[in-house]
Design a protein around this ligand. Structure first.
Ligand SMILES: [Zn+2]
Length: 284
């Protein structure tokens, strides 16, 4: 069904034109009422890129931009590219090249990514730290990379999506501290894969992007509307049920409108992302 009333935005989704459903997944999103998506780079390994130096990340970023252009040209959906290096990549690169070199490759990769944002080819970067337990060396390096990206974001004025461990009051506090040291406003940080701790996130200034799993949005909306919605659909044919499908954000939204009316969703799908990412969200 086509929703003419208000935009519906998936804040974190992946589309794989090479091996996934590709544009078919975007059409599914569109047919369900979806209008906008923040299209995030897939992990480099997922696309078969073997990263040996920072320059190799250009292939990954260019692929994200190619997919985004294709969506914008061939579907009714507007996609905004978010360029990222998956936080788990530090582990493989460290094993191959040592932790210092790995950190340097990734930071330089982010230098390249940030220049795309400055040139307005992308709207944000995505960084973070592994969501599972790792050794202290990896933890420190990941925090240093995150801090480096925050500094770039402050200097060049763009937002950052974060993939970190489960969002708790502790993780929010820690991220806000790192942001403060890097002089980045927490209002420019989006905690992807967030739990419905809307009030806690607001206290630290960080925006939660909440996965539309069962009852997650209902729980969130009971404590406010200062959040975004996402699926983290990865468009992987090998693991189709691994995350939520591309229709989830529009379907869940249109269902919840029956209970909460449209007002909260104008905020979630338009006002908040417009403010964070400095983009315009209008139906095509
Ligand atoms: Zn993702």
């Amino acid at each position: 069904m086509k929703n003419d009333a208000f935009p519906i935005t998936d804040n974190h989704i992946h589309i794989d034109l090479k091996q996934g459903k590709g544009l078919e997944a975007v059409y599914e999103f569109e047919r369900s009422g979806g209008t906008h998506m923040f299209l995030v780079s897939l992990p480099s390994r997922h696309l078969g890129f073997d990263i040996k130096s920072a320059d190799d990340y250009k292939l990954l970023f260019d692929e994200t931009l190619r997919v985004s252009n294709k969506i914008n040209e061939e579907t009714g959906v507007v996609s905004f590219p978010v360029l990222g290096i998956h936080p788990v990549e530090i582990i493989g690169l460290s094993e191959k090249y040592g932790i210092e070199n790995a950190k340097e490759i990734i930071c330089k990769g982010f230098d390249i990514a940030s220049s795309y944002v400055v040139e307005k080819e992308a709207v944000a970067l995505k960084t973070g730290r592994p969501h599972f337990e790792t050794n202290q060396g990896i933890k420190n390096a990941s925090n240093e990379i995150m801090s480096y990206v925050f500094s770039l974001a402050h200097e060049k004025k763009f937002p950052v999506q974060l993939h970190v461990e489960e969002m708790t009051e502790n993780s929010l506090n820690d991220i806000a501290r790192i942001a403060k040291n890097a002089k980045l406003s927490p209002e420019k940080i989006i905690n992807h894969h967030a739990t419905p701790l809307v009030k806690e996130a607001e206290k630290y200034g960080i925006y939660p992007s909440i996965t539309c799993g069962k009852d997650m949005i209902e729980t969130a909306i009971e404590s406010g509307t200062r959040f975004l919605m996402e699926t983290d659909y990865v468009d992987d044919p090998v693991r189709p049920g691994f995350v939520l499908g591309p229709k989830t954000v529009p379907k869940r939204t249109l269902k919840l409108v029956e209970k909460y009316e449209a007002e909260p969703f104008w905020k979630i799908h338009k006002e908040i992302p417009e403010k964070i990412y400095d983009v315009e969200i209008e139906i095509k």
